[in-house]
Design a protein around this ligand. Structure first.
Ligand SMILES: [Fe+2]
Ligand SMILES: [Fe+2]
Length: 261
């Protein structure tokens, strides 16, 4: 009998979330190993909960916890590069490629182009909240400080116009957050600190080249940036995430997001 038939709500019908849980459990039984979800994944569904190891083992007799790659995800090479993450772990690359193409056509430096190419990698692969900070930490050991600082700081700068640099508050933000949205105090403070920083303009150029109206027909290609990445991103020989950098664990988490530990 399918797991779907086994859960019912008070009125006899399974709720949507019960059906989703049952389907997930059903799919887990089809896999060779027990795949678990980190608490954070559940929180995005409004649940603060986790199932214990022994309980999962009892439900899946004869199986071990998944401690390596997830067979449901695109296969990554043994020594992954940044390009492999672009191809196999980034849920969408159009926005990044469009921003970087815009910067390239504008004649900006390679560091600015790379910053635009990487500015939202946290959004497309990891986590949205505070994406500038997460993205900056991920790339910090591998790029010039100018690039990682700019990625971190675009988080705050994009909420504040700088007409002299050609950046006004995006109409898109009014649509997305409402006309009364005010950034939190930590963002305001970050903006104030950034204004006098030597790399202010690099972070500002991320905002200027950020494409707020996504064009599904724009012709963009990762191939245009392979050389810039080669010259400006220090790819570790062990593979990105399998090296010993301070952020390698973040890349490994993307490599193996459903590992038990
Ligand atoms: Fe962003
Ligand atoms: Fe962006």
């Amino acid at each position: 009998m399918s797991g779907l038939a086994q859960v019912q709500s008070g009125n006899g019908q399974p709720t949507l979330s019960e059906r989703a849980d049952a389907l997930e459990e059903h799919m887990m039984h089809e896999l060779e190993h027990i795949v678990t979800k980190s608490v954070l994944f559940g929180m995005a569904d409004g649940k603060v909960e986790m199932e214990s190891g022994p309980s999962l083992m009892a439900k899946n007799p004869g199986k071990y916890m998944l401690m390596g790659e997830d067979p449901r995800l695109p296969k990554m090479p043994a020594k992954p590069t940044l390009l492999d993450y672009f191809r196999c772990r980034f849920a969408s690359t159009s926005h990044l490629l469009q921003s970087a193409t815009h910067a390239l056509k504008g004649g900006h430096s390679e560091k600015v182009v790379l910053a635009c190419l990487l500015h939202d990698i946290a959004v497309v692969s990891f986590i949205r909240c505070d994406h500038g900070y997460w993205g900056a930490q991920m790339i910090e050991p591998y790029v010039d400080e100018e690039v990682s600082w700019a990625v971190k700081t675009h988080q705050a700068l994009r909420f504040f116009p700088d007409e002299s640099a050609g950046y006004k508050y995006p109409d898109m933000y009014v649509k997305l957050f409402g006309p009364d949205y005010q950034p939190e105090p930590y963002i305001v403070e970050e903006y104030k600190r950034a204004r006098d920083h030597k790399h202010y303009m690099t972070a500002r150029l991320i905002c200027v080249n950020d494409i707020y109206s996504f064009d599904p027909n724009a012709k963009v290609s990762l191939d245009d940036f392979v050389d810039i990445i080669g010259r400006n991103f220090r790819q570790p020989k062990e593979g990105l995430g399998l090296d010993n950098s301070p952020s390698a664990h973040m890349w490994r988490t993307m490599l193996w997001p459903s590992r038990f530990l």
